[in-house]
Design a binder for this molecule. Structure first.
Ligand SMILES: Cc1cc2nc3c(=O)[nH]c(=O)nc-3n(C[C@H](O)[C@H](O)[C@H](O)COP(=O)(O)O)c2cc1C
Length: 384
């Protein structure tokens, strides 16, 4: 059953919930309360934002095709990711600098996820450290650490070791950011990390001190100065040699890269176009998913993110072969509007919509969602 504590009436956040019934309302409120530059940083996509729209619109071009009388008295959302139990296949993607959304930032995100046994992924670029999130968020829900490979391999290695020591269950290697994409909103606002915040995973590292001083440069310049843009598939061998944790490749958008990642021994493939923030005019992730699922052919789990805004979107992704679905901006909107409780409410709304969509499609378990419940809308278009 979905999120049992809520059904038992023990949800510690419930009295704090906003009178919202859909995720889009959190987006609307976040737009009105966040400083303009922060909202621009969160919401924008690359250049003309065609792919940003596509990520969402492509879900609309897929229709659900229900099956009847299939015994859906109990709809079970629980599943496993990389062998660890979670309450739902809806998980939280890594997003940078969450304290710009809310003073409690990644710790609030972590607490909310821990409460509902939801998988959270912490960004390298976080404003709360690896240790702070694991110590303060507590709980037994799994956390993954998202890694950018930095020019300084000693710092990169230390990040991986710290994540492993702090109980993170996987390293998510983001492979779609050799350089930062052009986002006009950031160019206009000159968005940078506010002076009262730090990139917490780098605090106290001598090697980083000079770089940290540059935090007032524009963000993309800063990121580009730190990231190793020369990394190639060979670096996966190095990463594998320094950690026992499973490695997930995030940013795969075709069968070729999925196969290459598998040859290098990754344990999971994450279909993503970075929330359409990197390169514009890329395909929507939900449209790429079948190609990747087909190439992977059950060798490892496949995940997807990008444009997921309701439970029906999640169900479509599951039917097309995703083991789990990640949300980036929806969780940020929840955090911005209402901290821990806001994240919890967004997850709760998505989970309830997923549960209902499953019941209406005749799917009692997320572990067994048939592909046949999803069809392209074009199939029903009249050719007369
Ligand atoms: C504001 C913002 C910051 C992000 N920061 C990171 C990051 O630090 N590392 C990373 O791998 N992906 C990052 N992403 C991409 C997300 O992990 C995810 O791929 C994307 O948000 C999914 O699309 P959605 O926002 O439509 O759900 C970021 C996305 C946003 C919107």
């Amino acid at each position: 059953m979905a999120r049992a504590p809520v059904q038992d009436g023990r949800d510690p956040y419930r009295h704090l919930y906003l009178p919202f019934i859909r995720v889009e309302q959190f987006h609307g409120k976040a737009r009105s309360i966040l400083p303009r530059d922060v909202y621009g940083y969160f919401s924008s996509g690359a250049t003309d934002e065609k792919s940003l729209k596509e990520n969402q619109e492509a879900f609309g071009r897929l229709l659900l095709r229900w099956r009847c009388l299939r015994g859906v008295a109990n709809v079970d959302l629980s599943t496993t990711v990389q062998g660890t139990s979670v309450s739902s296949p809806i998980c939280v993607a890594p997003t940078a600098m969450q304290r710009t959304a809310h003073p409690d930032g990644e710790v609030a995100m972590g607490k909310s996820c821990a409460y509902s046994n939801t998988l959270m992924t912490l960004s390298t670029w976080a404003t709360s450290s690896i240790e702070e999130v694991s110590d303060k968020a507590g709980g037994t829900s799994p956390r993954w650490f998202q890694l950018y490979v930095l020019k300084d391999r000693r710092i990169t290695q230390r990040l991986v070791e710290r994540a492993e020591k702090s109980g993170y269950k996987a390293i998510v290697l983001t492979i779609d950011l050799p350089r930062t994409g052009i986002r006009y909103a950031d160019k206009r606002s000159g968005f940078k990390l506010p002076s009262h915040l730090v990139l917490a995973n780098f605090l106290g590292l001598e090697e980083f001190a000079t770089e940290n001083d540059k935090r007032f440069a524009t963000l993309s310049d800063f990121a580009d100065s730190l990231f190793d843009i020369s990394i190639s598939w060979e670096n996966l061998d190095w990463l594998k040699s320094i950690t026992k944790l499973p490695i997930i490749a995030k940013g795969v958008m075709n069968a070729e890269d999925a196969n290459e990642a598998l040859r290098r021994g990754v344990s999971g493939i994450w279909v993503s176009n970075h929330g359409a923030r990197q390169l514009d005019s890329t395909a929507a992730t939900i449209e790429v998913l079948p190609e990747v699922v087909h190439a992977v052919n059950d060798r490892v789990e496949v995940y997807v993110d990008g444009g997921v805004r309701n439970g029906g979107d999640v169900l479509k992704a599951l039917a097309l072969g995703a083991r789990a679905v990640f949300v980036g901006r929806p969780a940020l909107w929840g955090l911005a509007c209402n901290g821990e409780a806001g994240v919890s409410q967004v997850l709760e709304l998505l989970n309830k919509e997923l549960e209902l969509s499953m019941a209406l499609c005749g799917c009692p378990s997320v572990l067994d969602v048939p592909e046949s419940i999803v069809v392209p809308a074009a199939r029903y278009r009249s050719t007369l």
